[in-house]
Design a protein around this ligand. Structure first.
Ligand code: HEC
Ligand code: HEC
Ligand code: HEC
Ligand code: HEC
Ligand code: HEC
Length: 217
């Protein structure tokens, strides 16, 4: 019976089918995830947020350090978005009856987090780590632009594989002293020569990887 369903020549196909079958799912999953991820590669993507919180005011004018709120950025892959309590440290007393802070008070009283809308996102099939970058002298501004001038955050860079690899192949001009990673107005290309940056590359022992498994694990 099987001889009719699977003629002899099909035996030769079997190894090919097995090999293709073993490799395809990885690509299929990546491709599907990529195709259906609506936000991918959208420079300028700027979703509405539930509270009119402004980085231009808080990080720019008031000069609050990025790490006061995004306090895991140096020790974890993710940069935590602050809990309502962080806002209340000031807003218990500052402009406490402003209508723009109603949702912050609601969140504080109910214990339900504010539903901030995610801006920067890469596919789940790719791995990114904040600590691996900021502890090697890659500043927030290289990947997020001048957030300290944004009323409302938008995606500043493509976050595509080609974009990641461009820097991994040749990171020199993006390297700055580690104590300047959250200083967005400090421009390493204006402040440093290539030789000074090369010296940092050696000092920090920087050699970014281009292996697939670094970012697809
Ligand atoms: C007072 C707290 C606070 C400070 C200080 C602060 N942020 Fe934020 N940040 C937030 C909150 C809240 C959000 C989520 C709402 C939004 O996107 O505006 C956010 C969102 C972001 C996002 C977008 C996250 C995403 O979804 O992709 C980036 C990037 C960012 N901040 C970078 C910075 C940088 C860089 C600095 C320093 C120049 C900074 N932030 C300072 C509170 C803060
Ligand atoms: C080398 C590029 C790069 C640098 C440097 C960088 N980020 Fe990000 N950031 C990203 C990418 C890529 C994402 C999306 C990560 C994801 O989807 O997993 C992101 C996401 C975020 C988010 C959203 C939460 C999260 O972790 O996904 C915040 C907040 C953020 N970054 C803040 C910062 C701050 C503050 C700094 C500087 C102290 C910084 N980033 C430095 C590339 C970078
Ligand atoms: C270190 C103190 C500090 C922290 C922390 C802080 N803010 Fe503010 N915020 C201020 C100050 C100061 C103002 C400006 C008040 C003014 O204009 O008189 C302000 C203004 C605002 C306004 C505008 C209020 C209005 O009436 O228009 C909003 C909205 C706001 N903050 C939201 C937040 C949110 C959300 C967080 C937490 C992610 C936060 N703030 C954290 C100090 C802070
Ligand atoms: C430095 C990190 C990095 C390295 C190294 C890397 N990738 Fe990627 N890759 C990414 C990111 C980021 C994306 C896009 C995620 C998104 O669009 O949300 C991606 C996307 C992809 C996709 C989906 C389609 C596409 O082109 O966007 C495939 C397939 C892929 N990578 C395969 C590979 C293979 C094979 C290698 C090794 C030759 C590799 N990647 C090396 C970061 C990397
Ligand atoms: C502006 C430059 C720059 C950009 C953009 C960049 N990287 Fe990197 N990346 C680096 C540097 C520098 C290192 C540190 C290399 C070292 O420690 O030797 C690094 C390290 C890493 C590591 C840690 C590797 C390890 O060995 O642990 C991962 C994972 C990574 N990058 C993924 C990504 C992904 C994914 C993207 C894009 C979404 C990206 N990077 C974009 C410069 C960059």
């Amino acid at each position: 019976m099987s001889r009719f369903l699977f003629p002899r020549w099909s035996n030769a196909l079997l190894p090919t089918i097995i090999i293709v079958g073993a490799i395809m799912p990885l690509y299929a999953v990546m491709f599907v995830a990529w195709g259906f991820s609506p936000k991918t590669l959208e420079v300028g993507y700027q979703p509405a947020q539930p509270v009119p919180y402004s980085h231009a005011l808080h990080a720019g004018e008031l000069g609050i350090d990025c790490r006061y709120c995004h306090n895991t950025v140096e020790r974890s892959s993710h940069a935590a978005v602050p809990p309502t309590q962080t806002c209340m440290n000031c807003h218990f007393s500052i402009r406490k009856s402003s209508p723009n802070l109603t949702k912050v008070w609601d969140s504080y009283e109910t214990g339900m987090p504010i539903e901030w809308v995610r801006v920067n996102k890469i596919g789940d099939y790719a791995y990114f780590s904040h600590e691996a970058h900021v502890n090697r002298g890659v500043g927030c501004v290289s990947c997020h632009g001048r957030v300290d001038k944004m009323e409302k955050v938008y995606q500043a860079e493509p976050l595509s594989m080609g974009w990641c690899l461009d820097c991994h192949r040749d990171p020199v001009r993006n390297i700055r002293p580690i104590d300047k990673i959250a200083d967005l107005g400090w421009n390493q290309q204006a402040e440093m020569t290539v030789d000074q940056q090369m010296a940092l590359i050696r000092q920090y022992d920087i050699h970014p990887s281009e292996n697939c498994s670094t970012c697809h694990r």
